[in-house]
Design a protein around this ligand. Structure first.
Ligand code: ADP
Length: 192
């Protein structure tokens, strides 16, 4: 099994690139943001609670996310591979992912970090906001999401760098070029 994380700030293109990897390699894609948005759309009490966090650009509590990830990983442990998108988003989540995977003799083989200039991130998210219907794709909430990214999420890069699983690529390029770089990293890691 080959498991990977597509990592980066809001608007860096994680979802777009994950879809490309699915096409090329047949891995499963799990986006914690999509899971949360589905729960919110269902309109139950849990959804209402989650919306209080996502609409402000804050991380939802770790235990809620970890339960979803654990459930997903167990259900799909015999697949070819999983692409995690939007997770892990802080050091605790990264450590817990390694711990729960270890128990199942699974591991994260590769973390691809996509770096994009802040001006470009804001431009993309505001553009997406015109059609996405997402309550967090506006200037004010994006500002918070970037603060959360820098304060809580970006430190995860060092965690994976130390574990020698990190590949950093520039996302300030056309989608196809970014996809080609990611593909190279995957093939390289698979052969290692
Ligand atoms: P983006 O990467 O563009 O910010 P996502 O769809 O990945 O968008 O996430 C949207 C929101 O969902 C986040 O701002 C956060 O509130 C919540 N969220 C997603 N993944 C996680 C996670 N792993 N831990 C905590 N909250 C999360």
């Amino acid at each position: 099994m080959f498991n990977m994380v597509v990592f980066g700030p809001p608007g860096c293109g994680k979802g777009t690139q994950a879809a490309r990897i699915v096409e090329n390699h047949g891995f499963l894609h799990v986006s914690t943001g999509d899971i949360l948005r589905r729960q919110i759309a269902s309109g139950n009490a849990m959804g209402e609670l989650l919306e209080k966090f996502t609409s402000r650009g804050l991380l939802v509590p770790d235990q809620i996310i970890l339960k979803e990830i654990w459930r997903f990983a167990l259900r799909h442990q015999y697949e070819k591979g999983i692409i995690f998108d939007g997770f892990p988003r802080n050091l605790y989540q990264a450590q817990m992912l390694d711990r729960i995977f270890y128990k199942k003799e699974m591991r994260i083989n590769l973390v691809v970090s996509i770096d994009v200039d802040e001006d470009e991130l804001i431009r993309r998210v505001l553009e997406r906001g015109k059609t996405s219907g997402r309550t967090d794709d506006n200037a004010e909430v994006m500002h918070n999401r970037l603060l959360v990214y820098v304060g809580q999420t970006r430190p995860v890069i060092d965690y994976y760098r130390r574990k020698k699983r990190l590949v950093e690529i520039s996302g300030n390029r056309p989608v196809d070029e970014v996809a080609a770089s990611i593909d190279l990293a995957i093939v390289h890691k698979m052969q290692a």
